[in-house]
Ligand binder design. Structure first.
Ligand code: GTP
Ligand code: MG
Length: 378
C-alpha cells in the first residue's frame, strides 16, 4: 500500500503530476514528518506497535488516553492511503460522541514573535492548573521547511516533559486542504483522548490564519511593540480575525513600550468590528519568558468562553464551522475532479489560447470546460 502513488485530496490546478509524488514521499517517509513520534517506550505498550490495530483498538486506546495509540491514531488520520482513510473515518465516527469538550485556541503572529515560547508558557501553566493540553500546528509549508514550526523541540522542553501535554507538529501533505483536514481530525482525536485545551499554532503564511480561525473558538494574535510602524509585519485583515491581541516580550526595557503599544492598539481596535459577536477584542501584554500576563490571558479566554456560551455564539460558531468545513471539502473535491480530468487537461490549452486571443468569451470558455466534465459524469 505504501508503495502506491496517490493523489492528495486536493491538488492545485498548477500542481501537475509531481504533486502526487511529493505527497507520497511524505506518506512513505513516516506520514507525519515526525520521526520517532511520541511513542512512549513503555513496555506495556510495546506489543501494540507490532500488530495492526483494529478500529476498536484505536477507539478504546484513544478513549482510555493511551498515548502510544493516540499517536498511532493521529498517524492513521494523517495518512493519504485510501485504506487508511477509510479506517480513520470509521475510528472518527466512533470517537465523535466524545469530542467537542475542549477550548480550541488558535495562535498566530509573525515569525519570531514568540508563539512557541508562549505556547510552552501557557501550556505549562495550564498543566499546573489541572488541564490537559494538546498542541497542534498548521503549517502548509512544513513539507518544504520540514518541522520549522514545532520541530525545534528544545523550545518546548518543559512542555514536552508534562505528562498532561501532547505536542504534535504540523502534518506534511503539501496542500493547505490536506493539512487542514488532518489538523481538524487530529483535534477531534485529541478531544476524545481527554485533552480539554487545544492550542493550534500557525505560521503567518498564505491562508493559514484564516484556516486556523475557521477551526478554533478563540483566535489570539501575538504581536511585538516598537517595530517602527505598529502594524508592520502583520498582514492586513488578520487583526480583524483576532479575539485578543497579545503584545509579547513585555519584559525588561521593552515593558514600557509594550504597554504604550497596548494603549495604541486598544484605541485602534475601537474602530474595528469585533471578530466575535458580542465580544470586544482588546490588546494585552505578556512575557512568555517571565510568565507575566500568562494567567491573565487565560482569564480572558475563560471569560470569552463563558460569555459566548451564555449568548449561544460559541455553539453557533462551532455549528457553522463544521458545515463550512463540509462544503469546503465538497468544493475541493469538485475542483480536484475538474482539474484532474484528462479531457479538461487536454482541452485547456486550446480554450485558454482562444480566450487570450479574444476569439472566445470567458463565459463560453467556462461553459465548454464544465460541459466536458458533465458529459463524463452522465
Ligand atoms: N525577551 C523575550 N524574548 C522572548 C519572549 N518570547 C519569545 N522570546 C524569544 O524570541 C525568540 C523567538 O521565539 P519563538 O517562540 O521561537 O517564536 P515563534 O513565533 O514561535 O517563531 P517561529 O516559529 O519561527 O514563527 C526566541 O529567541 C525566544 O526566546 C518574551 O516574552 N520575552
Ligand atoms: Mg514557533
Amino acid at each position: 500500500m505504501s508503495q502506491e502513488k496517490q493523489r492528495p485530496e486536493w491538488v492545485p490546478p498548477e500542481g501537475g503530476d509531481e504533486f502526487t509524488t511529493n505527497v507520497m514521499h511524505g506518506v512513505e517517509g513516516g506520514h507525519d514528518g515526525m520521526p520517532g513520534a511520541r511513542s512512549m517506550p513503555r513496555s506495556g505498550h510495546q506489543r501494540h506497535r507490532r500488530r495492526q490495530l483494529s478500529v476498536d483498538d484505536h477507539v478504546q486506546g484513544v478513549l482510555s488516553g493511551d498515548r502510544s495509540i493516540l499517536a498511532r491514531t493521529i498517524t492513521l488520520v494523517e495518512s493519504n492511503a485510501p485504506a487508511h482513510m477509510e479506517m480513520a473515518q470509521e475510528v472518527l465516527k466512533h470517537l465523535l460522541p466524545h469530542t467537542g469538550n475542549s477550548m480550541r485556541v488558535g495562535i498566530t503572529g509573525v515569525p519570531g514573535v514568540g508563539k512557541s515560547t508562549f505556547i510552552e508558557a501557557l501550556g505549562v501553566f495550564l498543566c499546573q492548573h489541572e488541564h490537559r493540553v494538546a498542541v497542534l500546528a498548521v503549517d502548509p509549508s512544513s513539507s518544504v521547511t520540514r518541522g520549522s514550526i514545532l520541530g525545534d523541540k528544545t523550545r518546548m522542553e518543559m512542555l514536552v516533559r508534562e505528562p498532561n501535554a501532547f505536542i504534535r507538529p504540523s502534518p506534511t501533505g503539501g496542500t493547505l486542504g490536506g493539512v487542514t483536514r488532518k489538523s481538524r481530525e487530529t483535534m477531534l482525536v485529541c478531544e476524545a483522548a481527554g485533552f480539554d485545551v487545544i492550542l493550534v499554532e500557525t505560521v503567518g503564511v498564505g491562508q493559514s490564519e484564516i484556516t486556523v480561525r475557521s477551526m478554533v473558538d478563540f483566535f489570539l494574535l501575538l504581536m511585538l511593540s516598537g517595530a517602527g510602524d505598529e502594524l508592520q509585519g502583520i498582514k492586513k485583515g488578520v487583526i480583524e480575525l483576532a479575539d485578543a491581541l497579545l503584545i509579547n516580550k513585555a519584559d525588561g526595557d521593552n515593558k514600557i513600550r509594550a504597554q504604550a503599544a497596548r494603549t495604541e492598539y486598544n484605541r485602534a481596535l475601537h474602530y474595528l468590528a469585533p471578530a466575535t459577536e458580542g465580544w470586544r477584542t482588546r490588546a494585552y501584554t505578556c512575557s512568555a519568558v517571565t510568565g507575566e500576563g500568562i494567567a491573565e490571558i487565560w482569564d480572558v479566554i475563560t471569560d470569552f468562553r463563558q460569555k459566548t456560551t451564555e449568548t449561544g455564539v460559541f455553539q453557533n460558531r462551532r455549528r457553522s464551522q463544521i458545515l463550512d468545513w463540509v462544503y469546503t471539502m465538497v468544493e475541493e473535491h469538485l475542483r480536484t475532479r475538474f482539474f484532474n480530468d484528462p479531457r479538461v487537461i487536454n482541452t485547456r490549452p486550446r480554450i485558454e489560447q482562444a480566450v487570450i486571443e479574444g476569439t472566445l468569451p470567458a463565459t463560453v470558455a467556462a461553459q465548454e470546460l464544465l460541459h466536458i466534465v458533465e458529459q463524463r459524469e452522465t
